[in-house]
Design a protein around this ligand. Structure first.
Ligand code: DP6
Length: 407
């Protein structure tokens, strides 16, 4: 019997990824694919290939992470998979692509290669909150499978086949996903640009917006964008290559103002593409837009760019800022988005400790900033940049018992 338990981080993109529908690649590259098939490779129906590079930070796994235990045993009758306490079908194409790619890459003489497996995975944050759970989940799954089957070396291309953004969660710190040019995605891999401790003052606030509306599947939305938006192609060809270079330099030099301006512009462009998609897919809501306005007002008040918002495929807003600004920005958020007294501080402020300080009301009144209704935010997560996936050595950490069932 073999068992391994790992944790993996979520990541927050500063330059966002947009996906290439398989069909376009297929038409452009059918000859190469034909040769690949002829030589014994198998065409995958969804390799999850991006049309532009993207860049993100992996976030502290002590605050938010996916945790996965995988057991392989000759006593297991069939493959089983539990996610957040509920048994799931093992029939998921993405799960099976990852498992197959890992098995293809490992030593074929391993005795446990043909044993069944049990997978149990959970997130230590609400999956439904739209907080990049698939990135952490698939990175953790692929990392744990790689450990189980003794694979060393590159696996981000395999995590990518679970969920595009998962390839960036295979590394800690600041990570670039190179779109690559191989039609089979062999060079569409992630690379760590800087380790987690490169810019130790960087902090991230995630404002979880009280919104139960289900987001559109990013697969369907991205396909629709590639098919109907003209802006998405201009962005991929003209905007992103330069932004990646400027952003990498800004991170290297710890130039916050340049970093922040690109982060905000790139988020705005992603959501502009969502509106340029026909019919449009709208992710941000009025509260998300109000947070964006607060960040701009904060920067104006500070007479410098001190905070940067970025939004993914949902209404939550992530704010990058330096440690020295956290207290001030949180006091702004508390003023503009008050919480009702029945929500406890522990429920509302999660992650790294947050020192509370309330700004003088007169400052906001002078700036003509007025509070919204209570409880438009569900809670605030305070975190920082962290390491990549790791194996948990402690046997107590396993999510499965000796029979391969959830504990
Ligand atoms: C908007 O990685 O969730 O967060 O590849 O279909 O699983 P799939 O999509 P996913 O897309 C996330 C896109 C984004 C931007 C980003 O993280 O780069």
């Amino acid at each position: 019997m073999k068992i391994v338990t790992c944790v993996a981080p979520i990541n927050m993109a500063v330059i966002k990824y947009c996906k290439c529908p398989w069909l376009i690649f297929y038409i452009l590259t059918r000859c190469e694919i034909f040769f690949h098939c002829f030589l014994g490779g198998k065409r995958d129906d969804d390799l999850i290939l991006p049309i532009n590079d993207s860049l993100s930070a992996s976030l502290n796994t002590h605050v938010m992470c996916a945790k996965t235990t995988i057991m392989s045993s000759p006593n297991l009758k069939e493959n089983k998979f539990w996610l957040n306490g509920k048994e799931q079908t093992f029939n998921s194409p993405r799960l099976n692509s990852c498992l197959k790619a890992i098995k293809d890459r490992c030593d074929q003489s391993l005795p446990h290669l043909n044993w069944s497996i049990s997978i149990c995975s959970e997130n230590n944050f609400p999956t439904a909150a739209g907080l990049a759970s698939s990135a952490a989940g698939y990175a953790c799954l692929v990392y744990a499978l790689a450990k189980l089957y003794g694979i060393e070396g590159e696996i981000s291309d395999i995590a990518r086949q679970g969920s595009g953004s998962a390839c960036r969660s295979i590394y800690g710190g600041w990570v670039q996903w190179h779109k690559g040019s191989s039609p089979l995605g062999l060079d569409s891999i992630a690379q760590q640009l800087f380790p987690a401790n490169h810019w130790p003052e960087m902090r991230i606030l995630i404002l979880v917006v009280n919104d139960t509306r289900k987001k559109y599947s990013s697969t369907i939305a991205m396909k629709r964008s590639v098919d109907t938006s003209t802006l998405i192609h201009h962005r991929a060809n003209r905007v992103v290559p330069e932004r990646i270079q400027t952003l990498s330099r800004a991170i290297a030099e710890k130039d916050f103002a340049t970093f922040a301006e690109i982060a905000m512009k790139d988020s705005n462009q992603l959501h502009a593409i969502c509106l340029d998609t026909f019919p449009p897919c709208v992710y941000m809501n009025d509260v998300s837009h109000a947070i964006v306005s607060v960040v701009h007002a904060f920067n104006e008040y500070k007479n410098d760019i001190k905070a940067a918002y970025t939004c993914d495929a949902g209404s939550n807003v992530c704010i990058y800022l330096l440690e020295s600004e956290v207290q001030d920005l949180v006091s702004w958020i508390n003023y503009v988005f008050p919480k009702s007294a029945d929500i406890t501080q522990q429920e509302y402020y999660r992650g790294l400790p947050l020192e509370q300080r309330n700004m003088d009301k007169a400052v906001f009144e002078g700036l003509n900033i007025t509070p919204f209704d209570v409880d438009l935010l569900k809670y605030i997560i305070h975190t920082n940049v962290g390491d990549g996936p790791e194996v948990l050595k402690d046997e107590q950490a396993h999510l499965l018992d000796d029979n391969g069932c959830p504990k």
